[in-house]
Design a protein around this ligand. Structure first.
Ligand code: NAP
Length: 247
């Protein structure tokens, strides 16, 4: 077994599956010790941690609903105790249900804003007090914000808020040498995108970018790796639209 000593610590929210799992795998390869956060998919999170640990990475699974401030506080505490102070926070956890605004229930509105916006707010607020100077924060927006497609009003509203947080928080951390950026993926083949769509709808999305395919989780993990790594030290307060050129 490889015995890498992980010098830097990353929290990846929503890392049990989809893009978050690919980000956790990539940051582990980059040399981070990784806290794999999840809300309910414990089997997947545990399996990912076992895989990372077997490859020599220090990794833990941390159950926390990011929409709950107490859970987020505990997630940072657990990570600090078991891995060390946090150097990279990847705010990947998010949900999407496309419904016309007029048909959106109060419950769906609350759930989407609670997880996508309050979840990001909770982790950013905690990070301000607890992250190491010189750290990296990567938030998650979406290219749908630029496409203005029917059905995306509530989701896009949450991602607009995340972009606003990104720009302002980058400035509020002046003097800490912490960068705050966001990645805005185009369609990526995960359950968030695929569930509930017909094959025809999926193909329509796949043909939209000039690169003529759906993105894969690794396409986004490599962007996060860049933003979380040493080469992006001068990139701050930016939204990186990684979408094959769709918008
Ligand atoms: P996904 O496959 O549905 O995975 C979502 C992840 O978020 C899961 O690990 C899930 O864990 C976690 N999660 C959900 N609610 C949570 C909560 N309250 N607290 C903590 N974790 C929670 O989604 P994805 O496609 O990878 O999306 C990841 C991010 O990329 C999201 O922010 C999404 O908006 C953004 N994005 C995705 C696409 C796309 O096409 N896929 C495009 C643009 C932007 P549990 O299963 O444990 O709940």
């Amino acid at each position: 077994m490889n015995t890498i000593k992980n010098a830097q610590v990353a929290i990846v929210t929503g890392a049990s599956r989809g893009i978050g799992a690919a980000v956790a795998q990539r940051l582990a390869k980059d040399g981070f010790a990784v806290a794999v956060n999840y809300a309910s998919s414990s089997t997947e999170a545990d399996a990912l941690v076992a895989e990372l640990t077997a490859a020599g990475t220090k990794a833990i699974a941390v159950k926390a609903d990011v929409s709950k401030a107490d859970d987020v506080r505990r997630m940072f505490e657990t990570t600090e105790q078991q891995l060390g102070k946090v150097d990279a926070l990847i705010n990947n956890a998010g949900v999407l249900k496309t419904v016309p605004l007029a048909d959106t229930s109060d419950a769906l509105y609350d759930q989407t804003f609670d997880i996508n916006v309050r979840g990001t707010f909770n982790t950013l607020r905690e990070a301000a007090a607890r992250m190491n100077n010189g750290g990296r924060i990567v938030n998650f927006s979406s290219t749908t914000l630029a496409l203005n497609m029917p059905g995306y009003a509530i989701y896009n509203g949450t991602k607009a808020a995340v972009e606003a947080f990104t720009h302002v928080f980058a400035k509020e951390l002046r003097g800490r040498n912490i960068t705050v950026n966001a990645v805005a993926p185009g369609p990526i083949a995960t359950s968030l995108f695929l569930d509930g769509k017909t094959e025809e709808q999926i193909q329509t999305f796949a043909k939209m970018p000039p690169l003529q395919r759906l993105g894969q989780p690794d396409d986004i993990a490599s962007v996060v790796s860049f933003l979380a790594g040493p080469d992006a030290g001068w990139v701050n307060g930016q939204i990186l639209r990684a979408n094959g050129g769709v918008a």
